[in-house]
Design a protein around this ligand. Structure first.
Ligand SMILES: [Zn+2]
Length: 117
């Protein structure tokens, strides 16, 4: 780790106060956030440095002429400096593939689990 300073990721986010040594951290590592940004809730934080983020999607049902609520679930990298827990509301940004199934990284914690309840 040659530079422990928090990088500017080019988005208006509240940068984490603590530093980390994670290479896959957008603030302290070597990845770029580009592409789509979503806001969702952490469904699971049990994997190492990975969280499952979910958000609702409204999809039109033609037959019943109504909207149905579906869910989008993605895996997102959870750097040590953010360390989001289950129930937290987070913003995630698209990045290069970080693993076979992970192409997003958590860029900001919007709300803590206790506040969201
Ligand atoms: Zn970090």
């Amino acid at each position: 780790m040659k530079d422990a300073k928090t990088r500017n990721i080019g988005l208006e986010t509240a940068a984490p106060k603590t530093a980390c040594t994670d290479r896959k951290c957008p603030y302290h590592g070597a990845i770029k956030v580009r592409g789509r940004i979503f806001t969702g809730t952490i469904k699971s934080d049990k994997m190492q440095n990975t969280a499952i983020v979910e958000w609702p999607v409204r999809r039109y049902n033609k037959k019943y002429e109504r909207f149905e609520l579906r869910r989008t679930r993605v895996k997102a990298h959870n750097p040590k400096c953010i360390d989001a827990k289950a129930g937290d509301t987070v913003r995630i940004g698209e990045t290069r593939p970080l693993s076979k199934t992970k192409t997003f990284v958590i860029i900001e914690r919007v709300k803590k689990a206790a506040e969201a309840a």
